[in-house]
Design a protein. Structure first.
Length: 348
């Protein structure tokens, strides 16, 4: 954000519709939303134009803050009416946050950090007091029956509110910033003798039943990626030449499937992850280092048919690099490319 002190966003992209002018009852709180999607500001505006809704701010997966409705006007965001002294639309400022999947609706780490900082800045600027849940910071579902804001009112709530309070305290004290937010870190590496290079070989099967070529490791001068650009895939097999790799797939039709430890394209029941004819949209991997050797992990990332470029890299099934919580992909979007590597640090 260009200027948190004066509540100026990174960019203005005013929607120009779907709001009510003025603030006859003032501003008494902040309402937190999730996008139910991994959207940027332009995508938010397109959705809101068609849906007859809006919000004051969007925060994308990289933490960029964009203003869509002026604070001095009322966004149509909370579903509790407008012009009736409603707590949501009439008296609060709404912030939408990009999330990385569904069930649970997990919001990206960078969006949490920027959104919490914005919440603190708004509470301070409008003299609402230190951010407190259900006092001056509210979930969308407080005003209307809805699943929004997903995990921002659940497993990620404590983290969000802690950072909002830390930012508020730092801004009030006139310091530049609170302590940095904790970042996901690889698991500690126990002592042990070097394992040496571990190769992982893997392939994706097309929906028509044909296997694509097996690749080894990831790009950057090695063998590239598994899959077909803009293709849809139903099965994945993967195998390592040292230790053991556990992996599983998420399909649009079935959700998360069972873990697999065998990599055999001829065994579509026990040697592959996925379901024949069903579209893979997410992958999890976990590398089991042999006893007595220095710790290594599975690193992996994907692309989807719906967007260009690699999504954030993941580390095993419990750590993330770019806001994900231990899985690669974008639920609801067919996975068309996959890279996997084994190592002690992020290779991407």
């Amino acid at each position: 954000m260009a200027d948190f002190e004066n509540v100026q966003p990174d960019e203005y992209k005013l929607l120009g519709r779907n709001y009510t002018a003025g603030r006859p009852w003032g501003i008494t709180g902040v309402t937190i939303h999730h996008m139910a999607g991994d959207l940027d500001a332009d995508a938010c505006n397109r959705v809101w134009r068609g849906a007859g809704t809006s919000a004051h701010y969007s925060v994308d997966r990289n933490g960029k803050i964009v203003q869509h409705v002026n604070d001095t006007d009322r966004a149509w965001a909370c579903g509790d009416g407008v012009g009736v002294n409603s707590g949501g639309n009439d008296r609060s400022i709404s912030i939408e946050h990009a999330n990385c999947g569904a069930n649970p609706w997990l919001v990206h780490d960078a969006a949490i950090e920027s959104g919490a900082h914005l919440t603190a800045a708004l509470c301070r600027y409008y003299k609402l007091g230190r951010p407190e849940w259900m006092k001056n910071v509210f979930p969308h579902k407080h005003w209307k029956a809805t699943a929004c804001p997903g995990e921002l009112a659940g497993s990620q709530n404590a983290k969000y509110m802690r950072r909002a309070q830390e930012w508020y305290d730092a801004m009030t004290a006139g310091t530049s910033a609170p302590a940095p937010a904790p970042q996901p870190q690889p698991q500690p590496q126990p002592s042990g003798k070097p394992l040496g290079k571990v190769n992982v070989r893997y392939a994706l099967r097309n929906l028509n039943g044909s296997w694509n070529a097996e690749v080894t490791n990831f790009g950057g001068g090695e063998d590239g990626f598994a899959g077909v650009p803009n293709g849809r895939h139903d099965l994945l097999y993967a195998k390592v030449d040292k230790g053991m790799l556990r992996y599983r797939a998420h399909t649009i039709e079935d959700g998360w499937l069972d873990w697999v430890t065998k990599g055999d394209p001829a065994d579509t029941v026990n040697g592959c992850a996925g379901v024949p004819g069903h579209t893979i949209d997410g992958v999890q991997c976990y590398y089991v280092t042999p006893d007595g050797y220095a710790y290594q992990q599975a690193w992996y990332r994907t692309q989807t048919t719906a967007r260009a470029g690699w999504l954030g890299a993941c580390c095993d099934d419990g750590d993330s690099v770019s806001g994900y919580d231990g899985w690669a992909g974008m639920l609801g979007e067919p996975l068309d490319r996959l890279q996997i590597g084994i190592g002690a640090s992020n290779p991407f």
